[in-house]
Design a protein around this ligand. Sequence first.
Ligand SMILES: Cc1cc2nc3c(=O)[nH]c(=O)nc-3n(C[C@H](O)[C@H](O)[C@H](O)COP(=O)(O)OP(=O)(O)OC[C@H]3O[C@@H](n4cnc5c(N)ncnc54)[C@H](O)[C@@H]3O)c2cc1C
Length: 412
Amino acid sequence: MTTANTTAAARRGGAGQAGAVHADVVIVGGGVPSLVLAAGLARAAPDLDVMVLERAPRTARNRQGVLVHPATQVVLRRAGMTAFPDDDAPGPVEYLEEFRHRRRIGRFGTRRHTTGGEVHTPYNVGLAAVADALFPAVAATPNTTVHYGVELSEAVHRDEEWDLLTTGPAGPQRVRTRLLVAADGRDSPLREVADFGATRRSFPGRVDVVAVPVRRQGPPAISMVVGDRDATTIVDNGVGPHPLLFDMQPDGTAPDPTAVRLRPQARHRAETVGLGLPDDVEPLLTTSLRSSTVRCGTWFRDDLLLLGDAAHAMHNLGGQGFNLAVQNAAALVGPVHALLRTGSPAEIQDFQRYRLPYITALQERQDEFFGALAAGEPPADGWLDPLHESLTAGQPGLDRYVEPLRELIRDA
Ligand SMILES: Cc1cc2nc3c(=O)[nH]c(=O)nc-3n(C[C@H](O)[C@H](O)[C@H](O)COP(=O)(O)OP(=O)(O)OC[C@H]3O[C@@H](n4cnc5c(N)ncnc54)[C@H](O)[C@@H]3O)c2cc1C
């Protein structure tokens, strides 16, 4: 077992009664949303012991990139994220645009600024780079322990407490906690333990991803080109020679990473948005994904709180899942603290009443769009027009829960 910080466990005397250690909160899954919640809670309540369990080693690098919205940038900065080193420099995305075949149906500038005059442009950056830039702020809170290489293998809820069994290089360990947070991803086994009744809707086919070694002219942008029965998104974020083509094929076939090719449709669409590809272009990398939404009617029951993809997985192509998760993590610091202080989930329920319908509506919009595309009837207003506000400005009223967002001007 590797621990980023062992102070809290030591303060508790390590393995206590019946060999169990105690933490006030255990967060399962060490993604960025978990780190934001852990650091926020630890700072808000220095008397709380906050434990994070992540089964991957600290040295594992998640190579996936994410589009980080202006609101999320504000949240991450306030959570203590430092500047990125040059090697991890993010690529700003100046506008979002959408085409129906060759006709542009929408173009949206993405910049937002704060009352203090800062400019925030959405940027693409690696998840590992964000975690690295945030980690020092987490490690600086003496009441947080982050255990890498440790997996939760058993969870039992009894007498208003969770009894956990973890496994790691140092062997099995029992952990008891008042509050368990499931931030263990889209397939969250923990979500099933408390029977949240989640429903999943899958993209009706596959999404092939191709990275090409050619840049396009003009400012970095994300462009979606919709055909009658398929669509391609071209992500050119200005970082390195690696624009990505997400070729969405809602044709009922399963993803197959070994059979990805640059289809003529994708090539023509890239050309439509100013990215001409030579006939003999050699992709830098290819993969094939299945994307899905996961919806839950509640995010909290039986002293178990769902966070991130475990609570509300979004389609990977929508540029939302990470942002909603990080924003929720910051917003939940106060409500979780109140729950631990008073035993009342009222503040968590209040936040859920505000946030869950908004996120469910985004998921519905995503599912409906892909369903309509599969049926050969893409909606006339497309994808971005109804969704771009949430990609740039976020949900109105979130500043009630995340105070620094008051600085962000919505209609810049
Ligand atoms: C190709 C792709 C592109 C995307 N692009 C964007 C984008 O542009 N913008 C955006 O907002 N979102 C994007 N997303 C979605 C985004 O990556 C996710 O929404 C976000 O990373 C979810 O974070 P999470 O912490 O909830 O879950 P995860 O990142 O899945 O983390 C869960 C963690 O839990 C750990 N874990 C699981 N079970 C256990 C256990 N039993 N014990 C210990 N640890 C455990 C796992 O190892 C993992 O590290 C994209 C996703 C994909 C696949």
